[in-house]
Design a protein around this ligand. Structure first.
Ligand SMILES: Cc1ncc(C[n+]2csc(CCOP(=O)(O)OP(=O)(O)O)c2C)c(N)n1
Ligand SMILES: CC(=O)[C@@H](O)[C@H](O)COP(=O)(O)O
Ligand SMILES: [Mg+2]
Length: 646
């Protein structure tokens, strides 16, 4: 017989029916379920294990969805999903056609906000709260934000606004002293929040404890009034702490501050949330949790288990060995250049491991800067360093670069500063889904004057692209995908401005134009066709911008059929640029381009998504074969004109 408690929970109301003494058992079952599923599917393990009791206590006290729980980033929402009717579908989390690894409103009415990017929760929550008032609705609104996400500027903008409005907004600060790596910033001391660490260190210090004991013994021993004085001193001490707390940054911003609270005690959390619900002012509840709680491998290495690929539960080892990635190729290239060029600095927005900059951090700690989850600041900060004569490299995932469009234009491109921006995870990223696809960077940055955009397609090209970027004395971006970077010696030549690399297959009438992120698929497609005696040359674009248009026009015109592929938004993509060249120069080739249609892309493996949109090798073969009559061919201007006898 199944005596699982978790299986009896179909919604938060079932949780609220449980006896108090069953709650620790449920917490244990939730942990086991999360570990088991993440070990198969991959996912954000450490953050979720740390938030089990917190999520349970929130659902015990607040009545979701009338009361609104808004999770920052949302990567810690697995317990919330399990408690809100998604235990059965949890097996398919982060899988194609399964449930998302992040909150998603279309998936559940308990997911108030779709998230994936950090530091938005307080703004969203304040908007929901004030919007409810305007609409005449009610319900408590709670933002749950980690200490890492709290380093983002938006979080402070929202706190400032909320403090000013004095509305009953509840902000739960989930402090585990970790972002993905150790949290950074002036608000933290040795990775701990100043408030909690300073005060807990003060009150926990041996000197303070000794003094207190002596003082307590002394006054307790006083005849008649001793015990009364002792009680009074306890009250004064509490008041003293409260005064100090009130001087915290949160109090200055107009918030009540409650904490720090043990984030693994459901009883304490519940008591506090019940009280906080009654406070009619903006309140920060500071909860201290442990990242990876309850699984020794994640507790021991929370950075590795932040977002983990499938692993074996018993020993915490990855199921598959990771291949040499574009990230590794970037990491090696920046290190090699930084050995000889002391002006090179490296900047990350809390992603040293994901971007491969941890190697640089170890080798050149004085030239490495982790700015916290603050991409806009990272980019403007790089501009400042370039003004001081440095050659900064900012490494940020393509999806998070979306935040920095203005800093790129205003702080870097306008003055033409030599900053290198390394955009990892460009193109379809896979398991994280809609919020993390790196498919807008070309459209967002192609129009920026002074900007060079490079697209390396293998490890040799990464090295050449980085060398080129450092030779340039102007702004430069590199975009490269998640996944393995193959080694191709035929692509090891130095890069020439605006020109790609023609990979000739033989007597071919068809040219396939590919950015680096799809070169693997392009080469595998043409190799497949070659076996059938069909030849198709590849033009490996290398430059998204600038393009040597004269060279390109001559090349395109020497083929009767040209096909362009890109794993980026078709609107504003490379295909559009090439189509305009074909049109304006009245080239004689037929031209078709294939990119990503105008929609959002849910999770699935990168390979599954590429296949779905005709951008894997099989899909590309299909495009080449059917290039003339393809339904997706948006532009075939001259071909059509010719057919019409114009
Ligand atoms: C704008 C943005 N930048 C970077 C990230 C990548 N990222 C996801 S979670 C995370 C760390 C968050 O730390 P914290 O809020 O403390 O949550 P924890 O994982 O510790 O629970 C980072 C940097 C992101 N999601 N959004
Ligand atoms: C939640 C978040 O934004 C990151 O943890 C992200 O999922 C990392 O992605 P990678 O696993 O590709 O580094
Ligand atoms: Mg944290």
């Amino acid at each position: 017989m199944d005596d699982s408690l978790l299986n009896t929970i179909n919604g938060p109301e079932d949780l609220r029916k449980l006896e108090k003494n069953s709650l620790p058992r449920l917490a244990q079952e939730i942990r086991e379920r999360i570990i088991s599923v993440v070990s198969r599917n991959g996912g954000h393990l450490a953050s979720n294990l740390g938030a089990v009791e917190l999520s349970m206590a929130l659902h015990l006290v607040f009545e979701s969805p009338k009361d609104k729980l808004i999770w920052d980033v949302g990567h810690q929402c697995y317990t919330h999903k399990l408690l809100t009717g998604r235990n059965k579908s949890f097996d398919g989390i982060r899988k194609k056609d399964g449930i998302s690894g992040f909150p998603k409103n279309s998936e559940s009415r308990h997911d108030i906000v779709e998230t994936g990017h950090a530091s938005t929760s307080i703004s969203e929550a304040l908007g929901v709260l004030t919007g409810q008032e305007v609409a005449g609705a009610d319900g408590a609104v709670v933002a749950v934000i980690g200490d890492g996400a709290m380093t983002g500027g938006m979080a402070f903008e929202a706190l400032n606004h909320a403090g000013h409005l004095k509305k009953q907004l509840i902000v739960v600060l989930n402090d585990n002293t970790m972002s993905i790596s150790k949290n950074v910033g002036a608000l933290t001391v040795s990775g701990k929040w100043l408030l909690s660490s300073y005060l807990s260190r003060l009150f926990a210090s041996k000197r303070y404890q000794r003094l207190r004991e002596k003082f307590d013994q002394g006054i307790k021993g006083l005849p008649l009034i001793g015990m009364k004085l002792f009680d009074l001193s306890v009250r004064i001490r509490k008041g003293f702490k409260a005064v100090l707390y009130k001087e915290s940054i949160f109090s200055d911003l107009g918030f009540e501050y409650v904490g720090p609270i043990d984030g693994h005690s459901i009883t304490k959390l519940k008591e506090v949330f019940e009280e906080v619900k009654k406070i009619g002012r903006p309140t920060v509840v500071h909860v201290v949790t442990q990242k990876g709680r309850g699984y020794e491998h994640a507790e021991g290495n929370p950075t590795l288990f932040h977002g983990i690929a499938p692993f074996t539960v018993e020993d915490g080892k990855l199921t598959e060995r990771a291949s040499y990635s574009f990230t590794a190729a970037f990491s090696d290239s920046i290190l090699r250049n930084a050995e000889s060029d002391k002006r090179i600095t490296a900047i990350t927005a809390a992603m040293s491991k994901g971007t491969g900059l941890h190697a640089f951090q170890e080798r050149f700690p004085d030239r490495f800067f982790d700015v916290g989850i603050a991409e806009e600041h990272a980019v403007a900060f790089a501009a400042g360093q370039a003004r001081s004569g440095c050659r900064p490299v900012v490494a940020i995932y393509s999806t998070f670069m979306q935040r920095t469009v203005d800093q790129v234009i205003h702080d870097i491109a306008l003055p033409g500063l030599p900053v290198v921006i390394a955009m990892d995870r460009a193109g379809l990223v896979g398991d994280d889904g809609e919020t993390h696809q790196g498919i807008y960077d070309i459209a967002l940055f192609k129009a920026v004057p002074n900007m060079t955009i490079l697209a390396p397609g293998c490890r040799q090209e990464m090295a050449a692209a980085m060398d080129y970027a450092f030779r340039l004395n102007s702004p430069c971006m590199l975009r490269y995908p998640k996944g393995s970077a193959l080694g191709w010696e035929d692509l090891a030549d130095p890069w020439e401005t605006g020109r790609g690399k023609l990979i000739s297959e033989g007597p071919s009438n068809t040219l396939l134009i590919s950015p680096g992120s799809l070169l693997k698929e392009a080469r595998s497609a043409t190799a497949g066709l070659r076996e059938e005696g069909i030849y198709c040359d590849i033009y490996n674009l290398r430059f998204i911008k600038p393009l040597d248009e004269d060279y390109l026009a001559e090349l395109l015109d020497s083929y009767s059929n040209v096909i362009c592929i890109e794993d980026a938004a078709r609107i504003g993509g490379i295909g559009e640029t090439l189509a305009s060249i074909v049109q304006q120069r009245q080239l004689n080739c037929g031209f078709a381009y294939y990119g990503l249609p105008d929609t959002f892309y849910a999770q699935g493996t990168r390979e599954e998504l590429l296949a779905e949109f005709g951008l894997d090798a099989a899909g590309i073969i299909g495009h080449i074969r059917k290039s003339e009559e393809s339904e997706l061919a948006l532009y075939s201007y001259n071909r059509k004109q010719k057919a019409e006898g114009a």
